[in-house]
Every structure is written in C-alpha cells, then in structure tokens.
Design a protein around this ligand. Structure first.
Ligand code: XLS
Ligand code: CA
Ligand code: CA
Length: 438
C-alpha cells in the first residue's frame, strides 16, 4: 500500500511550475563527459526524513507521519523502512545514510538492542534488494543516550568507552552487511564543556586509540568501505574536538591515522566554524582527504546547527566547483543532512525540500562545469602566480633559494609591482555562469 500520495518525480525543465518535478536535475544529461546522476550521488538522511517530527527546545512535534500510527516499535521501524524505499524510489535517489539507533529501538542491554537491529537489518537488506537503493554510509549514534553525557571515546568513564566500542563494532558490521560504501565517525559528544574538569591529552589519545581499534576491526572483518570523519566545531559540546578540516587532519597526522580516513564535510558545520563551505572543501581537497559531503545550509544570523535544505545556488556552485576539481566524491556522495522546518509539517514538504536541494546542486553542477570549461578563473589564478614560473620565483618553488640569495636579489630593487586581485571581476564571472543556467 502506498505511503506517499505522490507520483514519481520527473525532470520537467527550468520553466516548469510543477512543484513536484525537477527543474534542473536531469539524471541522464551529460555534464563534462559524465551523467548528472554519476556526478551527484544523492543520499537521503534517514534520521531527518523518517524520525524527526519537528520537536524543538520550546515544544513538541508538529509532524504526524503515516508510520506513527504503529505502536509496536518493530512494526513502526519496518514501516519507516517501507517509507524509505518508496520515498527514494519516487525521488530517484539511489542512496541513504543512517545511524544504528535511527532504524531500530534500543533494548535494555546492548545484546537486546543488537537483536532488534538484526531483525530490522534483515528486513532492510531484503527491501534494498527489491529496489535500487544503496547505502552511502552507516554510523553509530554515540550521543543521544544519557550514558554518553561525558562523551563516548573521550568519556572519563572507561565503561562508556567500552560500550561505544562495542556499539561501533556492531555498526561497522551492519554497514558491511548492507553493502555500505563508507562509514562515518561524527564525534557526537567528543569534546568538552570546561577544561577545569578535563584531561584533554588523555581524551584525545583515547579518541585516537578508539579510531585505530575501528581501523583494525574493519580490516579484520574485511570491510572495504571508506572511513570518514565529520568535522563540527561546537554543539552539542562547547568545543568539539573535530573542530574543522584542519583540526581533524592535524589530529590524524599526529596519531599516524591519516591513511585510513577521509572527511565528510557538512556545509552547516563549516558555517559554525566561521568558514565558508567551499573553504572546508578546498582545504580537504588540496590535502587529498575530500571524501563526501553533508549537503545542507545554516542560517548566517543564528549560531546553531539549523540543518536547512540547501537552496543557495551560489554556495552549491562553489561547492560543486571544488567537487569537480576533486574528480568527484566517489565512493562518497551528497547526503542531505537536512530537515524540513518545523512549520513545513505536511508529508509533501519532504518531497518539495529534497527536490529543492537536488535542483540547487544540479544547478550548481552546471554553473561550476561552465566555470571550468570557460577556464577564466583557472587562467586568472595561474597568471596571478606567474612570478613563480621563472627567475627567482622558480628557484623558490624548486627549493633552490635561501635567505641570503633572496636578500641579494631584492635588496637594491627600488620598486615592487603588484597587480590587482580583481575579486569583483571574478565574482561577476561566477554570477554570469549561474545566470547562464537559469
Ligand atoms: C550532527 C551531525 C550528524 C552526523 C552523523 O550535527 O551532522 O548528523 O552527520 O552522525
Ligand atoms: Ca552531518
Ligand atoms: Ca548539522
């Protein structure tokens, strides 16, 4: 029986006013030699789409979903899986992501919880087989239960460390079982509230111990998916250890773990860190660790993680520019870690929001491809650094210069000529690329 009273979402072109259709996302269209659907490996986030009900700090949920009428927790969990299958089929999205606790209820012990998980994973696996749905990544929820009050791998309590380890062990197993292409570590409560009660050194060492145990276990069971760490600077803790791309990379390098991890970069977390999304993507890309993205947007006036659907074309254009320069994200993808607003409580809003996000990324892809094909920005940047192509600049790049030589070279020069950085000109080029697609 149908859960969503919505037809299959098709491409209807940019002039269409049909709300439930794509205006820019045309999966078969070839962009820079590849199908749009191959560039944009979209994924639906289970937690926001099938679990969130609009609850906030000031009030209860506003969204009553068809699966909410099932009172038995296992029946309800299965209904949500049915909803996931129907939703992704109708939307034409091939991937989804989940936390262990999103899909199955917790029991009294971990053993009981794992049993619930096994029932649902069997069901999910079966339903995935009947459809085209694939798992982009799995992860463990190491933050919701009160036991994680002081963190998980960075908890002051060794029993909590053990619990988290056992939970991640199981989460990697089920991710493998479901053919997951990646596994994400988001350090839910790995951080601190006050340094007055915190042994930061021990906590960070323990986080590294935890991650290297995960690497060993994945190797042991033959899980071939990419391990990803998702940076976030704050919320829920005052200071999250995986603050931003640069922090995570420095951490991984200190502990010799950099070979085993790439990054899952979320737009809203970049905003919270005081960076643009494309800054975080660029930093990860030039360091060879851009693995996957959580596609959403924050509100620039609010200091918290609003996880809105991405509708800002400028941001998706610059993001897709980095992703294209990265040679894509595979085996990563574009996961909509985004929730409809509390007031967008109708079932249809779930489709409208995903369509908006998909179209905004499709538009960004087209505009970014145009920027790359035109090559104006590339050429400008190349020219801007051309002083390093010959003479003293070339020597600097080749590591053949030293302070004495540089002093001798420059000491009697009366004038140094600089050229304009032409930011406004380049921003116009970006605007023109976007406008040409609209
Ligand atoms: C929370 C994070 C989380 C991760 C997965 O802010 O975005 O949802 O993506 O645990
Ligand atoms: Ca996220
Ligand atoms: Ca977020």
């Amino acid at each position: 029986m149908e859960i969503f009273n919505v037809k299959k979402i098709e491409y209807s072109g940019k002039d269409s006013r049909d709300l439930l259709s794509f205006k820019y996302y045309n999966p078969e269209e070839i962009i820079l030699g590849k199908k749009m659907s191959e560039h944009l490996r979209f994924s639906v986030a289970f937690w926001h789409t099938f679990n969130a009900d609009g609850t906030d700090m000031f009030g209860v949920g506003t969204m009553l979903r068809p699966w909410d009428k099932y009172t038995d927790p296992i029946d309800k969990a299965k209904k949500k899986i049915d909803a996931l299958i129907e939703f992704t089929e109708k939307l034409g999205v091939e991937y989804f992501c989940f936390h262990d606790r999103d899909i199955a209820p917790e029991g009294r012990t971990l053993r009981e919880t794992n049993r619930n998980l096994d029932i649902i994973v069997d069901y999910l696996k079966q339903r995935m087989k009947e459809s085209n749905l694939k798992l982009l990544w799995g992860t463990a929820n190491l933050f919701a239960n009160p036991r994680f009050v002081h963190g998980a791998a960075t908890s002051c309590n060794a029993d909590v460390f053990a619990y988290a380890a056992a939970q991640v062990k199981k989460a990697i197993e089920i991710t493998k079982e479901l053919g997951g292409e990646n596994y994400v570590f988001w350090g839910g409560r790995e951080g601190y509230e006050t340094l007055l009660n915190t042994d930061m050194e021990l906590e960070l060492d323990n986080l590294a111990r935890f991650l290297s145990m995960a690497v060993d276990y994945a190797e042991k069971i033959g899980f071939k998916g990419q391990f990803l760490i998702e940076p976030k600077p704050m919320e829920p803790t005052k200071h999250q250890y995986d603050f931003d791309s640069a922090h995570v990379l420095a951490f991984l390098r200190k502990y010799g773990l950099e070979r085993h991890f790439k990054l899952n970069i979320e737009a809203n977390h970049a905003t919270l860190a005081g960076h643009t999304f494309n800054h975080e993507l660029r930093y990860a890309r030039i360091n060879g660790v851009l693995g996957s993205i959580d596609a959403n947007q924050g509100d620039l006036f609010l200091g918290w993680d609003t996880d809105q659907f991405p509708t800002d074309m400028y941001s998706t254009t610059l993001a897709m520019y980095e992703i294209l320069k990265n040679g894509g994200l595979t085996p990563g993808g574009i996961n909509f870690d985004a929730k409809v607003r509390r007031a967008s409580f109708e079932l249809e809003d779930l489709f409208i929001a995903h369509i908006a996000g998909i179209d905004t990324f499709a538009l960004g892809l087209k505009a970014a491809a145009k920027l790359i094909e035109e090559g104006i920005i590339d050429k400008f940047v190349e020219e801007r650094y051309s002083s390093y192509k010959e003479g003293i600049g070339k020597k600097i790049l080749e590591g053949k210069a030293n302070f004495e030589e540089l002093e001798e070279y420059i000491i009697d020069k009366e004038e140094i000529t600089n050229k304009s950085g032409k930011q406004e000109y380049l921003e116009t080029i970006v605007n023109q690329a976007i406008i040409s697609i609209l």
